[in-house]
Design a protein around this ligand. Sequence first.
Ligand code: AGP
Length: 613
Amino acid sequence: MCGIIGYIGHEPTAEIVDILLDGLQRLEYRGYDSAGIAIMTEQGLEIQREVGKLSNLVRKTANLDISSRAGLGHTRWATHGRPTEYNAHPHTDGQRQIVVVHNGIIENYLDLKQELKAEGHSFVSETDTEIIAHLIEYYYQGDLKAAVQQTLKRLEGAYSIVVMHAKEPNYLVAAKTSSPLLLGQGQGANFIASDIPAILRHTRDIIYLEDGEMAVVTPDKLEIFRIDGTPVERPIQHIDWNLVAAEKMGFDHFMLKEIHEQPTAFAQTLAGRLSENSQRIFLDELNLSDEKLQSIQRIVIVACGTAYYSGMVGRYLIEQLARVPVEVELASEFRYRDPILDEKTLVIAISQSGETADTLTAIKLAKQQGSPTLGIINVKGSAITRVTDGTLYIHAGPEIAVASTKAFMAMLAAVYLLALHLGQVRGHVDQSALSDHARELRRLPRLMEETLSKVEGRVQEVATRLLRYHHSLYLARGINFPIALEGALKLKEISYIHAEGYAAGELKHGPIALIDPLMPVIAVMTESAAYEKVFSNLQEVRAREGLVFAVATEGDERVNEVADEVIHVPAVPELFSPVINVLPLQLLAYYVALRRGYDVDQPRNLAKSVTVE
Ligand code: AGP
């Protein structure tokens, strides 16, 4: 999950350092334990690298006064080799003529390293990337593209690379297998990048490379080939995200901005898919006919992390509204389990990035086994969308914070639509039921706005109490059980407090042994069929001197009998309550992490998109 940017222009530009660093800044969410740039100059390659956040590299290069036509940049999430300057990319060959940036893992790098050492090569880093530069040097006979082709045939594993040669300053070479890489067509210059935000300032016209492809990029041409040299034609995609959407817009952090963008993300995902009179749902992009949907006997949802929890909410919705059995599977487990699939099983991949390695492999497995496949994805044209039969895009816009919030919300909007559509097609949701549900969906964005403004101050008070603990237990039942899991994930991934989500009904089967004054319980107990059950669970917690923070429905005063702190949210029908109940939990994690002084947008050890296994 590293960030890569490459630039090549007709004329030398004094902006080259800024172009590379600005691009890396917009990719820093992909990995941020070291960074570096390489610039082509008349005297050879100028390489600057620094450990730690990108801001360290920016400081180090502040006085770098260079005009150049070409350069590469990289921000790293360490896989092989500790986060140090000498392990930072770019890496070069022994002659310091060839420079490489790389995202992914070369699984056979040790064998190749031994082979190259036997040929007299010596290495200065612990990385797998450095052997790529030396292997290209080994094969180089005056043609960089050919040397890269030879090298790619020797590499095993996941990679996207960009290569530059001091003696061939007129083009860059890119190659991609499983880690995302795209080409950008600019005015008088062209780009290579791991993700759209890096080059959005320069162009919105992009081409994604597919697995097993490489490209030769000159200032006015983007040539794509299979590794065997077969030319590939691929149309330019125009990205309609605007640059402002990828900025903080006055918020202290992307995460807070994105929490507040959730009403819009939800509404934009609904837009155009619900008829004005709420009589019909338009989901032609599923690319699955009504007959096909009627023939489905089972649904499997594969996803990771937050996306997985949105799938768990989807299971409650689809089973309730469409009466189709649904299994929700962790993609990393599903792909190795030799699952039983057939043409009657619809497999759905949910993913914000559309590049998560485990989810991508899981959906490829489903396709190979003949199952119809669907993606619920945020990033247009991403890898998973190029595998599935259809894609139900969520219109959350660019999600920059590592902790996913608005994409999760947009995923919920998508699964509500899908459940209603399936229910209608399979005869379980009639016109009046559809209108009722559609009306509820339409009012949720405003209710979310109201909730966010009502609870934010209260959440900050609760956060001040919660931040001093090192453990916490999130409890809920029914359709809000996934919200307890999601709330726990948010807290642990940005505040580093150990947080576990649990079905409240499981408390007596073990977790209650954890309850004491040092184990606060965060309970979702808004109006629901299981309210009394959760109430009695919390009585058991209080009987053991447990501390309880509860999310409850406005007007519920009884909850004060079992809670030390209460965050009240507006009343909504239980089926739609996850959309509202997750909001205070997201804010709680944000304010706890903020008060603990951690980097909310770029939490330690994490990266936005897990494109390696
Ligand atoms: C969510 O806050 C985490 N950053 C992580 O669990 C994320 O949801 C997971 O890696 C899946 O990513 P995806 O949606 O891009 O596939």
